[in-house]
Design a protein around this ligand. Structure first.
Ligand code: ATP
Ligand code: MG
Length: 397
């Protein structure tokens, strides 16, 4: 890589292109942020009808491992990032031989593998002060016999490719574990002890190529059926001690990774108040969408700044925020297959409502279609408006 590629990119220079691997909503919101600052955006994605493709200046419609397309993207773009966590680390390494890539393939490959991720968290524990849940890798039936009794009840998770609670089974007994593992068709898994969660939080941080980092206000997350339901910032349950501890731990991890870009780490706060690290996402995160409407610099603008080696932006939150994820279920009448259109006019009449729809034509149940962030002078008002939106949209509160 030439020296020039490590100096800051000038967004108004001719051909100032940024590339994104993946065409989902994270790529779409990244494109909006990059274009706002004057960059052009190229997306590489196999599907032609994709949320980021509609927003990008150029779509390379190709498989994530297509070396011809990757070479074209690298030639076109002064820097490339990824919005899709399961992009092959090999593809990122291929790009990195030709252009600046952030985050690096090494960092992404740790986050793609739950065991590598847990090992990394344990390596960081001396500085971060937090550990992952007690767990055991399960790669054979013999491993199941070796599972200590106190890891049950637990959650069996695939080591790779899990998201939104997919690839996870809750098991109470060793027999249930055996059946659940058999149903995974031989893929490597990890059994985690089921912990008594009081609430869940996530911390978004960003680190520049110069090694400087910033950390956003901590977010409190509620999941439903394994999918993020709401994010509230400031979190109603979070104590200053656990906030400080989780933020410090996140900065320790991002530093030890030598990471460049936006990273999100999910934590559990247990009923006894202790903090456990769950997993990390090497990219902007659903729980960080509130930053678009409630912070000086959104997580997507921050990703643009980090990959363009520009100074990182102010992470200050100017308004309390409550974010509601919008899933495809609300395009259907109750439990039926009868289609309906959500009444957005009524939602947008609520004070402080910021609607984000991702441009997906087909609504399916459990599919992320958009989100709404309510901002207000007080958290209580933001939360009250979120609850009103749930009533309007027919989402059980
Ligand atoms: P996503 O990618 O959407 O964040 P995921 O599919 O990677 O999710 P996890 O974050 O590992 O899955 O787990 C999903 C949810 O399941 C967690 O947010 C938490 O509510 C619950 N959960 C996961 N692991 C445990 C555990 N060890 N003890 C108790 N609850 C857990
Ligand atoms: Mg998770």
């Amino acid at each position: 890589m030439s020296k020039n590629e490590l100096s800051p990119l000038n967004p108004s220079a001719a051909g100032a292109w940024l590339g994104v691997m993946g065409g989902g909503q994270l790529g779409r919101m990244f494109a909006h942020a990059a274009q706002k600052m004057g960059f052009k955006v190229a997306v590489l994605e196999p599907a032609h009808d994709c949320p980021a493709g509609h927003a990008a200046d150029h779509l390379h419609r190709a498989d994530y491992t297509d070396t011809d397309a990757l070479a074209k993207l690298a030639t076109q773009c002064a820097a490339v990032t990824t919005e899709f966590e399961n992009v092959s680390a090999k593809s990122l390494a291929f790009l990195a031989e030709r252009t600046f890539v952030a985050p690096s393939s090494d960092c992404v490959s740790i986050a793609q593998d739950r065991m590598a991720e847990k090992r990394f968290f344990i390596d960081c524990a001396a500085t971060s002060g937090v550990f992952p849940a007690p767990h055991k890798e399960i790669k054979s039936d013999a491993d199941i016999d070796m599972v200590p009794d106190d890891l049950l009840p637990g959650i069996l998770k695939t080591v790779r490719m899990g998201y939104d609670g997919k690839g996870q089974v809750r098991v109470k007994t060793r027999d249930e574990l055996r059946n659940a593992y058999a149903a995974m068709n031989g893929v490597a898994c990890v059994l985690e002890k089921m912990l008594p969660l009081a609430y869940e939080v996530s911390v978004l941080a960003a680190r520049g190529a110069d090694g400087k980092s910033v950390v956003y206000p901590i977010a409190e997350n509620v999941h439903r059926d394994g999918i993020l339901f709401t994010t509230t910032v400031p979190g109603p349950n979070i104590t200053p001690e656990s906030a400080q501890k989780a933020q410090a731990a996140t900065l320790a991890v991002i530093d030890q990774l030598g990471y460049v870009g936006v990273l999100c780490i999910e934590y559990f706060v247990l009923k006894d108040g202790s903090l456990v690290v769950n997993e990390m996402a090497p990219r902007p995160h659903n729980s960080g969408h509130y930053t678009i409407d409630a912070c000086i610099t959104s997580q997507f603008s921050q990703q643009v700044r980090a990959m363009a080696r520009l100074p990182l932006g102010d992470v200050r939150q100017h308004s309390p925020a409550a974010m509601l994820n919008i899933l495809g279920d609300i395009w259907f009448e109750g439990d039926s297959n009868e289609a309906r259109e959500p009444t957005w006019d009524k939602v947008l009449a609520l004070p402080g409502a910021n609607l984000h729809l991702y441009g997906k034509d087909t609504a399916r149940r459990a599919r992320k279609m958009g989100h709404i962030t309510f901002v207000a002078p007080t958290l209580e008002e933001a939360q009250a408006n979120l609850r009103k939106a749930c009533t309007i949209l027919g989402i059980p509160a």
